[in-house]
Each structure stands twice: as structure tokens, then as C-alpha cells.
Design a protein around this ligand. Structure first.
Ligand code: V47
Ligand code: SF4
Length: 393
């Protein structure tokens, strides 16, 4: 996308001497190792870590910050793991109050705002619902492509793909091929949580394991389906667990090059069992940790081009600040987000184009709308009239 520029490391801004050898490696184009990542997670010099990440990000992307105009659709909250993913407040058992599964007409009604022509992507994820098998999703994707042919479909986490494969007695590969034929374009990165087996046992006991998550993404990449990757942080994981998680993502990326973006997801403790167990009601991750997670992602994942901040989870204000901590992409204009609002996110459910432009410009960056493959569609100059023209289109 943006022309690469020479790396200019702000050495004078490092107050922790432990960061100096890491800066030297970056200056020499040497890859950081796991011990370096641990140092970055442990250092109290957040501004130093951020300055390094900012320098690396600027060398790759200049001042440009991208966003995609997308709409979230969560077609079912019925999930067989409702009792064992103790961090999740969104899922319901089939007969529980609040359980829902959209019919095709309801999905199309949810998608209706995309008629405005602004929406370029549907982000579709939901629970592991025994009644939402391959046919449910292929019919949905076909109908969405028929009604909204201009909209990219980013849908179904690795966990959902494995669930469909299990209930249909099919291979991951055959499920992915069928979904792609029906209209699936790329896959989101959800379901990763933290890969460590010990952490999974505590927070997501029956969920697809880390190696299998990687296996589904490897299969998708082999079929030419690009995907995102995530890490859920701020619950019971250690710094070493975070590093091991990043290592698995970086190794797969070395092998396939199929990841488009990395998105760290801040754990929210309200309205879920884990929040009660940890006695953390109302206490989500810290701003310090949110910024550090993004910056370390930028520095360690040298083979993943895009680091995305998810403003719904960490607030627009922290997302804006993260644009100086190695981040080059913001989760877009999101219509009707449900998953995080079920677990205590107090952010709005959608941001307008004007809101996003204001945030990015406020960080002295240049906003650019992108497509789902990160090709820049338009860069926004300072003229407010441009926003009005686009919103009226
Ligand atoms: O996998 C569930 C997380 C994820 C909680 O790929 C929670 O572009 C915090 O993956 N606190 C789904 N997080 C969302 C996701 C995502 C979001 C935005 C962009 C992309 C992308 C992917 O939500 C789940 C899980 O890790 N989640 N419960 C909670 N209490
Ligand atoms: Fe189901 Fe996903 Fe919630 Fe786990 S995190 S209970 S798999 S919806």
C-alpha cells in the first residue's frame, strides 16, 4: 500500500536500557525472538515500546490509517459451549431467555443498511448452533451476495468452521470450499482466545484447541482464503502465554502468508462467569496493557502487515492514541455490534464515517478507506465537504 520509508528509531526516547538491544536488532533488520517479546511485555517503559512500534509502523505505512466501512451481523447466539466458554456473555442455550437464531429474512433485514452503498463488508460471526449447519450459511451467503453484490463477506471463525465440519461430518477443507462457492470471501480472526492449553482449560475448556485453530487457518490459506488473527488478553494469561500465542501466529504466517491483520481483543468482565470468578466486575483491561498489546504485536509480528485496533473494546479514545503505538488500521463503522455489548462494553454500537475521520485526523494521521484486502479506495483530504458528499452518496 504506502511506500516504505527508512526506519528512524527514536533511541533517545528509550528510558529502559533493556529496550536498547531490541532497538539495535530492529535497526539491523533482525527479527525479534521470544525473549525480546517477553522483555517488551514486561518493560515499564510503555512510551519506549510505543515509540519503537511507531517507528516500525511509519516505515511500513507512513501516516496513513485505514478503516473499512463494515456491518456486523451476528445471526445466532445459540451455542453448545455456552457453559464452558466462561468469558462469553453473548451465548445462550437453545431454550434460554434471549436465545435467537435469525431466519434468512431476518438476516437480510439486518443487512438492509448496506443498501446505502457505503458498507463494503459484512462481518458475520455467531455461536456454535446445532441448527446452523452448512446449508444455513450457504443459503445466507448466496442471498446476501444476490442482494448486496458489492459487499465483501468476511465470515465464520475457525471455531465455527470446525463446528460445521463436525455436525456435517465433513472435512474443514470441504466446508471451506462449499462456503467459498456460496460467497465467503475472507474469515475473521475470532475464536483464538489465548492458545495456551492451561488457559483454555480455565476459560474455554471445550473449545477448539490452539493447534486446531491454526490448522483451520492453514487450510483456509492453502485454499487462497485470507484470514485475520486475534488474541484475547487481560484475563488469566501470563506474559509467556502471550508470547507463545504470537509465536504460533508468526510461524503460520511464515508458512502461508495468509493473515491480513492481527487484532488483540481486550477481555471484558461484565455479564460473564469468568468476571465473577475473578471478581473483576467493571474492571476491564488497563489502557497501559491495551497500548502495549498493540505495540508488541507490531514489533514481534514482523510478517503481518496490518495491526488493527478494535475501538468497540477499548474505546475510541484509546484506539485513537494507539495510532501512535504501531497501529495502522481501525475497526470500521460497525452497525449493531452485539458480542461486546453483551459483556459490558459501554462504547457506542456504531461510529459514522465523520466520527472515524475526526478520530484519525485528531491523531495527525491521514484517514483512508480500504477494501477488505487492504487496498486503499480513497484517501480523505481535510475538506469536510468530502465527508458530506460520501455520506450523501
Ligand atoms: O473470539 C467474547 C471475543 C471474539 C468476550 O477478524 C470477548 O476483523 C472480550 O474476533 N470480552 C469475536 N472479548 C470478535 C472477533 C473480531 C472482532 C473484530 C474484528 C475481527 C476481525 C474479529 O470476541 C471472540 C472472543 O475472543 N469475546 N467474549 C469478552 N467477554
Ligand atoms: Fe460460543 Fe463463541 Fe461464546 Fe464460546 S465465545 S460460548 S464458542 S459464542
Amino acid at each position: 500500500m504506502t511506500a516504505r520509508t527508512p526506519l528512524e528509531l527514536p533511541l533517545s526516547r528509550l528510558s529502559d536500557p533493556a529496550l536498547r538491544p531490541i532497538a539495535d536488532k530492529l535497526a539491523g533488520g533482525e527479527r525479534l525472538n521470544d525473549a525480546d517479546a517477553l522483555t517488551l511485555y514486561q518493560s515499564a517503559d510503555l512510551l519506549g515500546v510505543g515509540a519503537l512500534a511507531d517507528a516500525v509502523n511509519r516505515a511500513k505505512h507512513g501516516d496513513v490509517v485505514t478503516f473499512a466501512a463494515n456491518q456486523h451481523i451476528n445471526p445466532t447466539n445459540v451455542c453448545i459451549l455456552r457453559k464452558t466458554c466462561v468469558f462469553c456473555g453473548y451465548a445462550r442455550l437453545p431454550k434460554e431467555d434471549g436465545a435467537y437464531r435469525y431466519s434468512l429474512d431476518q438476516v437480510l433485514a439486518e443487512a438492509e443498511p448496506a443498501r446505502n452503498g457505503l458498507t463494503k463488508e459484512f462481518h458475520i460471526v455467531g455461536g456454535l448452533d446445532m441448527k446452523a449447519g452448512l446449508e444455513y450459511y450457504t443459503a445466507m451467503f448466496r442471498a446476501l451476495k444476490r442482494e448486496f453484490p458489492h459487499v465483501h463477506i468476511k465470515a465464520l471463525t475457525a471455531v465455527e468452521i470446525a463446528h460445521i465440519a463436525r455436525i456435517e461430518k465433513m472435512s474443514w477443507e470441504d466446508v471451506l470450499i462449499a462456503l467459498r462457492e456460496a460467497g465467503l470471501d475472507t474469515m475473521p480472526g475470532g475464536g483464538a482466545e489465548t492458545f495456551s492449553a492451561a488457559v483454555r482449560e480455565q476459560i474455554a475448556d471445550k473449545k477448539l484447541g490452539g493447534a486446531e485453530y491454526i490448522g483451520v487457518h492453514r487450510t483456509a490459506h492453502r485454499l487462497g482464503i485470507r484470514t485475520n488473527c486475534t488474541m484475547l488478553y487481560g484475563h488469566v494469561e501470563t506474559h509467556a502465554d502471550r508470547v507463545a500465542h504470537l509465536r504460533m501466529l508468526r510461524d503460520l504466517q511464515d508458512e502461508t502468508g495468509g493473515f491480513l491483520a492481527y487484532i488483540p481483543l481486550a477481555y471484558h468482565p461484565d455479564d460473564n462467569e469468568l468476571g465473577v470468578q475473578l471478581n473483576r466486575k467493571g474492571i476491564a483491561s488497563t489502557g497501559f496493557d491495551d497500548l502495549r498489546m498493540l505495540a508488541v504485536g507490531r514489533l514481534y509480528l514482523d510478517n503481518i502487515e496490518h495491526i488493527k485496533t478494535h475501538w468497540i473494546m477499548v474505546t475510541q479514545f484509546l484506539s485513537q492514541t494507539s495510532l501512535s503505538f504501531g497501529v495502522n488500521d481501525m475497526e470500521g463503522t460497525v452497525v449493531r455490534e452485539k458480542i461486546y455489548h453483551a459483556v459490558g462494553a459501554h462504547t457506542p454500537q456504531a461510529m459514522t464515517l465523520a466520527d472515524i475521520l475526526k478520530l484519525i485526523r485528531g491523531a495527525k494521521k491521514v484517514p483512508a478507506e480500504r477494501d477488505s484486502f487492504y487496498n486503499i479506495l480513497r484517501t480523505f483530504s481535510e475538506q469536510a465537504s468530502e465527508v458530506a458528499a460520501v455520506e450523501a452518496a
